[in-house]
Design a protein around this ligand. Sequence first.
Ligand SMILES: [Zn+2]
Ligand SMILES: [Zn+2]
Length: 254
Amino acid sequence: MKIRLLMPSVEPKSRLQFTVSVLIDEHIAIDTGGLPYLGDIDSQRAVDHVLLTHSHIDHIGGLPLFLDNIYAPTPECPTVYTGEATWNCLESHLFNDKVWPDLERIAGDEFPFYRKQILDPHRPITIADYRVTPIPLEHIVPTLGYVFETETGGALFAWDTAPFLEFEKIVQSIPNLKIIFLDASFPNQMQWLAEKSLHTTPGQFQRQIEHIAPDVRIVAVHLKPGFHDQVCEELKALGLSNVEVACRETVYEI
Ligand SMILES: [Zn+2]
Ligand SMILES: [Zn+2]
């Protein structure tokens, strides 16, 4: 399993996480902030599974552009997966013929832009070689994290969330857990905003992971760009060798 970050920036060396989305094995994306800016059209056409966490614009904003980039009048199209609440939001507020065309209506069944799949929390599905389980997170709209399991190990993707009670239970339930991508949005001094927006500070991050085995790699994501350096310093000050800040150049392999 090869995971890399899709971070939209015109400056290739930028470490700022203007949005968070990841690409798995070149053909599965979680969230879409960076997806329409990936490589070339062939690289984008290779992405045939797109999982969305929730309806906020930094996560869904790339979806209409991506679908438009890769469209061809063939029966082939990507499958888009998310929870029912997010689908309702996409259909009412995004693909509504105002913000973006209603792609289902204009393409019809023959040459669709995408296939829709509704996910239920805790009900696993199979995507390629992976068992993928959506898990409910703690955010201001219904939000899903994802557990990917395969023979070589497990990965947990959990951003746009406050610390959540089920975290420990979920982590314990993943056999051979290798890597966690976890929200660290605001610096500690902005705890008030993290609480209002249901995100996580480095202090909360530390408490959330305190029982995680030290051989599990923990990658901090969703650092707000305006506070990136401060959050990095606060995470570094935790002194935990298995914690790192997400980097666009790294390929996370398990
Ligand atoms: Zn977000
Ligand atoms: Zn959000």
